[in-house]
Ligand binder design. Structure first.
Ligand code: ATP
Length: 354
């Protein structure tokens, strides 16, 4: 059993405050991803959890115990770093065994734990190799093996896949998630890659400038982004934003934008005259001659299974995912439609979801 709880956590470096009032809980066996752009504070929050950085304000609880002043060694956590931090002069076996040797565990137990970790991670054939004789993915697995043998209650990952090429990264995502499904160790994983977050997390914590912007499942943050910032950060292709004013249309509210009228979900609490920003995902808009939204076709980018139509709209680029067989003349007007419930509407001032 391991839970992690942040209670009004703040962090300052000298007089400079970078984080304030971070509060959330991580339940036992959860895989939580801290997601945000560079500088938002996710690594600092992870390092505070590990005890590598002091906590300036609030209480940090692991399994119900306040650990603000507990030494990293005694927090029952294991951390996997971006650069893996393997010992180059030690073979894989020794790298994995190291923390157990330091803890003076009996030799038979060390052998058994290392061999078990190697088996789970498919590293058995490599135990007698040096790190430099391994691929990036294998090194990554050794780093995970080192965390695993400690049988820590919480795993912390700091952008562990950022040094790998795209294909290996996709493969390791699956491996780490499968490993979590098997071991069930409570995990906190830091990344700026929204695809990693979407594919691996039970819960995503979206951070912005030292604060939490939204906490939710991958579906929550994709389907109901709490702010324009989250809508912009989450999703494969860049979301289209169109600013407009709410009007009463037949059957419900709509937003009048420079690109045309966008019908909105009748359940929406928007008042006529309110200035809003509509977020339209490229995957949710369809090319439709009867559609009310207009943009000018520029270029079709083929993406293998489908294609992306890049248009020039009144507020800049407007993207739509289309059938790759469709043809568009450059410069021609294209009309688009979108289902009202697919439109993400944000107040223009606060940029919060309506
Ligand atoms: P990245 O993905 O680039 O690592 P991050 O979201 O993990 O970014 P942090 O590394 O946690 O961000 O940094 C958060 C903020 O704290 C940044 O503005 C950074 O400049 C600042 N910061 C981090 N470490 C220190 C330090 N030791 N002294 C002063 N400021 C720091």
């Amino acid at each position: 059993m391991a839970t992690v709880e942040y209670k009004s956590i703040g962090k300052s470096f000298g007089a400079f405050n970078i984080m304030r009032d971070i509060s959330f809980q991580i339940a036992d066996r959860q895989f939580v991803v801290l997601l945000g752009p560079s500088g938002c504070g996710k690594t600092t929050l992870l390092r505070m959890t590990a005890g590598l950085e002091s906590v300036s304000e609030g209480d940090l609880m692991i399994s119900g115990r306040r650990v603000n002043d507990v030494h990293p060694r005694d927090r029952d956590i294991a951390m996997v770093f971006q650069n893996y931090a393997l010992y180059p002069t030690m073979k894989v076996y020794e790298n994995i065994a190291f923390s157990l040797e330091v803890a003076k565990r009996p030799a038979a137990e060390i052998k058994q734990r290392v061999e078990r970790a190697a088996e789970i991670l498919n590293l058995t054939p490599y135990l007698q190799r040096y790190p430099k004789e391994l691929s990036g993915g294998q090194r990554q697995r050794v780093a995970m093996g080192r965390a695993m043998v400690r049988e820590a209650a919480v795993f912390l990952f700091d952008e562990p896949l950022s040094n790998l090429d795209a294909k290996l990264r996709a493969h390791m995502r699956t491996e780490i998630r499968q490993l979590h499904n098997r071991l069930g160790t409570t995990t906190i994983y830091v990344t700026h890659d929204q695809i990693e977050a979407m594919t691996m997390a039970d819960t995503i914590v979206v951070m912005r400038a030292g604060k939490i912007e939204q906490i939710g499942s991958p579906d929550d943050v994709y389907d109901r982004p709490a702010s324009k910032y989250v809508a912009d950060f989450i999703g494969g292709s860049a979301i289209n934003f169109l600013s407009g004013v709410v009007v009463a249309d037949q059957g419900g509210p709509a937003a009048d934008t420079k690109a045309g009228r966008i019908k909105l979900d009748p359940a929406l609490t928007a008042r006529p005259g309110q200035r809003v920003i509509c977020g339209l995902r490229p995957t949710d808009v369809t090319v439709d001659p009867e559609g009310l939204i207009a943009a000018r076709s520029m270029l079709v980018e083929r993406m293998g299974h489908d294609a992306q139509l890049c248009c020039e709209g009144p507020e800049g680029q407007f993207l739509a995912i289309i059938d790759k067989a469709a043809r568009f003349e450059a410069g021609a007007e294209v009309r688009f439609a979108i289902a009202p419930e697919k439109v993400h509407v944000f107040d223009a001032e606060s940029e919060s979801r309506l």
